[in-house]
Design a protein around this ligand. Structure first.
Ligand code: ADP
Ligand code: MG
Length: 260
């Protein structure tokens, strides 16, 4: 597959949540393509449908209508082995609320995806130690999630997402609970995975600094795209791209506080 091939195609995706007579239109016919090796950012106000979009791509929820194609094949047609392969190997999902298992330690949480796929213990431990030391969570590996800070939980969740080396990484506000240093380390790791290994990343973020690592950013509002920024990789520094992101955020009214 060439680097510029369409990996994901989101086609007229709608998601309505209905409860009694109240219906929320979380996604309103959103369409876009994701190329292989892209680092796509998704920004938008709280409630604009960002998590719903990632949940549809991850097959955590079903869209009301529309399609998501993976290399041309509708993911709603996946079942059995194909679906578990998609969920288990193809995508890695870093959830907004971390979704760690409460009664497993940090180490057990991180190794869970590998134990499901029967990876040899020596290989698994080596990968675990590398990623834990890079993200600075070695000292919480034997702790339960209830004994960790929010930032530690978020890094354990990041390690769990990255350890199985997924082709497509879905990250929902991955720096939301992190301090500046931890956020920078995670952004460096994601960039490295994207550039060296050509993994594709979809990252929801409210943080313009994190977003400046992306190659393209979709701004969404009320479940549709209303603006797009593309970084000129050859001519534009990350700092210049950061300034353009800030300008768009300011134009949206209310500045960065409005883009959560
Ligand atoms: P974001 O991640 O951009 O903050 P979400 O995708 O979480 O937005 O939510 C989009 C809209 O859908 C919001 O109005 C939210 O209240 C609503 N919503 C999200 N999940 C549910 C749900 N499970 N049931 C009902 N409404 C929901
Ligand atoms: Mg969200």
């Amino acid at each position: 597959m060439s680097r510029y091939e369409k990996l994901l195609e989101v086609r007229k995706l709608h998601k309505y949540y209905s409860k009694d007579v109240v219906s929320t239109k979380a996604l309103n016919g959103i369409s876009f393509d994701v190329l292989k090796g892209e680092y796509l950012g998704i920004m938008g106000a709280s409630g604009s449908g960002k998590t719903t979009l990632l949940n549809c791509i991850a097959t955590v929820i079903k869209p009301t209508s529309g399609q998501i194609l993976l290399s041309g094949v509708d993911i709603s047609s996946f079942d059995g082995t194909k679906l578990s392969e998609y969920r288990g190997n193809k995508i890695g999902y870093l959830f907004q609320d971390f979704a760690l298992l409460d009664n497993l330690t940090g180490k057990e949480n991180i190794l869970l995806p590998l134990s499901i796929h029967n990876v040899a213990m020596v290989t698994a431990e080596k990968k675990l130690n590398e990623i834990a030391s890079f993200l600075g969570i070695t000292d919480v590996l034997s702790k339960l999630p209830s004994q960790m800070s929010g930032g530690q939980k978020q890094r354990v969740a990041a390690a769990r997402c990255l350890i199985s080396d997924p082709d497509i990484i879905l990250a929902d506000e991955p720096t939301g609970a992190l301090d500046t240093k931890a956020a920078r380390l995670l952004m460096e790791k994601l960039s490295e995975i994207n550039q060296k290994e050509e993994h594709t990343i979809l990252m929801v973020t409210y943080d313009p600094n994190a977003a400046s690592f992306c190659s393209r950013i979709l701004f969404i509002q009320d479940g549709v795209i209303f603006h797009e920024l593309r970084r000129n990789i050859f001519e534009e520094t990350r700092e210049d791209f950061y300034s353009r992101i800030l300008q768009v955020m300011a134009q949206l009214g209310g500045g960065s506080a409005n883009v959560l």
